[in-house]
Design a protein around this ligand. Structure first.
Ligand code: SF4
Ligand code: SF4
Length: 195
């Protein structure tokens, strides 16, 4: 990724560790995280570079990177790191921080998926698959594209097959602790951490 040449923020590591701790300062650049990551093909910064940039205070570069959004949270990096650095958790923290600071995601579809998922859970206390994908397609603009190309038919066929196999319900089944889930998500929404 090309550097934008922003001024380093030397408090960035302290901010991060206050939100963690993630133990990022213990990184010795062995790159074990990057060599095990299954999503590097879609990244502009490798996971070890994200940590290095963060240590150097290059907050803008990190928060504007594709990497934090295409990270699949699979935790392979965290498991492989010999220093116990919480890399997957750091990626989540950077996503939250980017949203909080109003930095647009370079991969808006991923942000749309996060927003849709959280709205969905907020409503029923758990995910309702019947509305998750349609709303995501609408929100991300993919519905228009699917209608234009006619690929919506493939999705409809798959949905029908799943429905026949009872892999998802036609109506949401709210859980008993729905209000508890809402109360967990509400304060985060107020702070602007969550969409
Ligand atoms: S595996 Fe851990 S120590 Fe090695 S480069 Fe990645 S974050 Fe740094
Ligand atoms: S959690 Fe993210 S950065 Fe770590 S290995 Fe998985 S995809 Fe890569």
């Amino acid at each position: 990724m090309q550097s934008t040449g922003s001024v380093p923020d030397y408090t960035f590591l302290d901010q991060m560790e206050a939100a963690g701790p993630f133990h990022a300062a213990e990184c010795f650049q062995c790159r074990k995280c990057t060599s095990g990551c299954p999503a590097t093909f879609a990244m502009d910064l490798m996971p070890d570079q994200v940590i290095r940039y963060a240590l150097l205070g290059l907050k803008e570069e990190v928060l504007r990177s594709r990497t934090i959004w295409v990270c699949a949270s699979c935790e392979t990096c965290t498991t492989r790191c010999p220093n116990g650095i919480q890399i997957a958790e750091i990626m989540d923290y950077f996503k939250e921080l980017a949203v909080r600071e109003g930095i647009p995601s370079p991969v808006p579809q991923v942000l749309a998926l996060h927003e849709t998922f959280l709205d969905n859970v907020r409503q029923g206390g758990r995910v309702f698959e019947g509305s998750l994908l349609p709303i995501f397609f609408l929100r991300s603009g993919q519905l228009r594209e699917k209608l234009r190309k006619g690929t919506w038919r493939d999705d409809a066929r798959m949905g029908w097959r799943l429905l026949r196999k009872r892999r998802f319900a036609l109506a949401p089944r709210p859980i008993k602790a729905r209000e508890e889930i809402r109360s967990i998500l509400r304060p985060s929404k107020r702070r602007g951490v969550l969409p």
